[in-house]
Every structure is written in C-alpha cells, then in structure tokens.
Design a protein around this ligand. Structure first.
Ligand code: ADP
Length: 189
C-alpha cells in the first residue's frame, strides 16, 4: 500500500497533480471536495448540508467528513493505495485518519505539501472560476475566507506529519509536468 496525503492551500494544484500520480502509481484518488460536489449535484442530504458550509468558504464539520472519507476508503478494498486530496484538513481529521489506517495496517507513507504563495493562489482560483463553475472560486470574499481557514485550521496538519518524519514541502510553482516530477522524486525517496 502506498498512501499519500497531498497537501496545500486552495488552488495549490492538488487535483491537477493527483491525476498524474494516479497514472504513475495506480492509486485511488479520494478528493473530499469532489465527493461533496458530487453529493451536491445528486441533491443528497449530505450534499445539502455540505453546501451550506462550502458556499461560505467554511469547513464541513469533522464528524461528517471523517465518516464519509472512511466509508470511501472501505469501498476500495482492492486499492494499491490512496491519494488523499483535501483531507485531512484539521488536526482532528489527521488523528482520525491515522487511527483508521493503523487499524488496517496501511499507514500514511508521506505528506507532500505543494507550496504556492497567496497572490498566485488567488489568481489561479479566479482563473479557475471561468471554467470550473464553482461558486466558491468566483467570489473573492469566499476565496479569502478559504485561505484564512487554511492558515488557521489546516496549516497545523503539516506539523502533525512533520512530527512523524513524513512531511516533504514541494515547490508548487512552475509547469504542471515539472511539479509532478518533483512529487515523484519525493515519493521515490
Ligand atoms: P480547494 O482545495 O480548492 O479549497 P476542495 O475541493 O478541496 O477545494 O474543497 C472545497 C470545499 O469543500 C472546502 O472549502 C470545504 O468547504 C469543503 N471540504 C473539502 N474537504 C474538506 C475536509 N477535509 N474537511 C472539511 N471540509 C472540506
């Protein structure tokens, strides 16, 4: 099993890079944001609940998010490993993930953190809004809120994995292929 936490602020390129890593390593990509969005599209109870937080740039509550993620992992018993994209986003989520994976003897191998400065993040998100149809990308107030939430609640998760010797920072500026080469080099270590 190869379990990778792909980490970074909104707009850092986690989704884009996940596509490359899935191709190279045959992993299952689990994006909590994508799962919430597909629930919104399907008009499920979970989707309605998640949307009320996402539209404001807030995090969906931990208990709901953790339960959803664990059920997704359990639906892929045959997986060679997972790329966790957008999860864990709080220290409580990281602790829950560690306990859950330890139980299955398949711990997180590494956290790869895409590093991109705030000005670049904002311009990427606004550009993405043109094609993504995501309301949370189109509104500068919501973008700022997501970045603030990232700094306050999500950034500390890096320390959680650094303390386990599993953290690697990756320069997230450059061509998509260059960045994916950097990620693969870090995985090969
Ligand atoms: P981005 O990384 O661009 O912010 P995501 O698609 O990962 O986009 O997440 C979109 C929104 O979904 C977040 O702003 C948040 O409201 C919700 N969300 C996604 N993952 C989580 C999570 N692990 N915990 C809580 N909320 C989440």
């Amino acid at each position: 099993m190869l379990n990778i936490v792909l980490f970074g602020p909104p707009g850092a390129g986690k989704g884009t890079q996940s596509v490359h890593l899935v191709k190279s390593y045959g992993l299952v990509h689990l994006s909590t944001g994508d799962i919430f969005r597909s629930n919104i599209k399907g008009n499920t109870e979970l989707g309605k609940m998640a949307q009320s937080y996402m539209d404001k740039g807030q995090l969906v509550p931990d208990d709901v998010t953790i339960r959803m993620l664990e059920s997704e992992v359990d639906q892929h018993r045959e997986a060679k490993g997972f790329i966790f994209d957008g999860f864990p986003r709080t220290t409580a989520q990281a602790e829950a993930l560690d306990a859950f994976l330890d139980n299955r003897n398949t711990p997180v191998a590494c956290m790869l953190a895409l590093e991109v400065d705030e000005a670049e993040l904002k311009s990427r998100l606004l550009a993405r809004a043109e094609t993504s149809g995501r309301p949370d990308d189109a509104n500068p107030v919501v973008i700022q809120k997501r970045i603030d939430v990232y700094n306050a609640e999500t950034a500390p998760v890096a320390g959680h994995y650094a303390a386990q010797g599993k953290f690697t920072g990756i320069d997230g500026i450059g061509a998509v292929e260059e960045i994916s080469d950097r990620l693969k080099a870090a995985i090969a270590l």
